[in-house]
Design a protein around this ligand. Structure first.
Ligand SMILES: Nc1nc2c(ncn2[C@@H]2O[C@H](COP(=O)(O)OP(=O)(O)OP(=O)(O)O)[C@@H](O)[C@H]2O)c(=O)[nH]1
Ligand SMILES: [Mg+2]
Length: 196
């Protein structure tokens, strides 16, 4: 009997991806929209103690917040399966980001274009972490408060970092944003190899 697996039978390569961003930008929504398993979430009800501290912006119906992480997964093709780790957005949980990013191939940094000042720390974090990332601007209700060039300028995003618009509630739109990230990570890896 032959116990050697053919490439078609080999299990997909697991790849860790972080879905990060400021408070209430749509990270949990993003993971939930694409995950092929019921996503693991750690939502806690927001209390009045957060009023004036946590501004959910356009997400005025928001009643819960992530306090540890979101987890989901999606098979891209026979050779690749993504494991998605969503971060908490509130800055007081920032200490979790190092652990959640450990071993990740890259990050999808979700941005709400109407609250750019809340989104800068996430962009800054991944620039310093030297992890490939893509800035994904969540078009709440199909509209962007600023166009993509303005977002790039306001957040001082390097021209080599892709900035894309997407809809966190739409599976295909999330998939497309993740494919841009995979492309970007592959580019980085190839560039790193040729520089050696
Ligand atoms: N209308 C609209 N609502 C959205 C969209 N994306 C997210 N929401 C809503 O916005 C709220 C916040 O989304 P979440 O996915 O919880 O945001 P988050 O970034 O995970 O929030 P934290 O974990 O608290 O930082 C939820 O009530 C969503 O239903 C969108 O594209 N359009
Ligand atoms: Mg969340």
């Amino acid at each position: 009997m032959d116990f050697v697996r053919s490439p078609e039978q080999a299990p997909p390569i697991p790849v860790k991806i972080v879905v990060a961003g400021g408070f209430g930008v749509g990270k949990t929504t993003t993971v939930g929209a694409i995950s092929e398993i019921s996503p693991l979430t750690t939502e806690a009800v927001m209390t009045s103690a957060g009023v004036g501290v946590d501004d959910p912006g356009q997400a005025t119906g928001k009643t819960t917040t992530t306090v540890a992480m979101d987890f989901g997964c999606v098979t891209i093709d026979r050779s690749l399966k993504l494991y998605l780790f969503g971060t908490p957005g509130q800055s007081r949980f920032g200490f979790m980001w190092d652990d959640l990013s450990h071993g990740a191939l890259g990050a999808l940094v979700v941005v709400d274009s109407s609250r750019l000042d809340d989104c800068y720390p996430a962009v800054d974090y991944f620039e310093r972490a030297r992890l490939p990332f893509v800035v994904a601007v969540n078009a709440f209700d199909g509209k962007l408060a600023h166009d993509l060039d303005e977002v790039r300028w306001a957040l001082a995003i390097d021209e080599r970092i892709p900035v894309v618009a997407f809809d966190a509630r739409n599976r295909i739109s999330v998939r497309d944003a993740l494919l841009v990230l995979l492309d970007r990570a592959l580019d980085d890896a190839v560039r790193g190899q040729t520089a050696q």
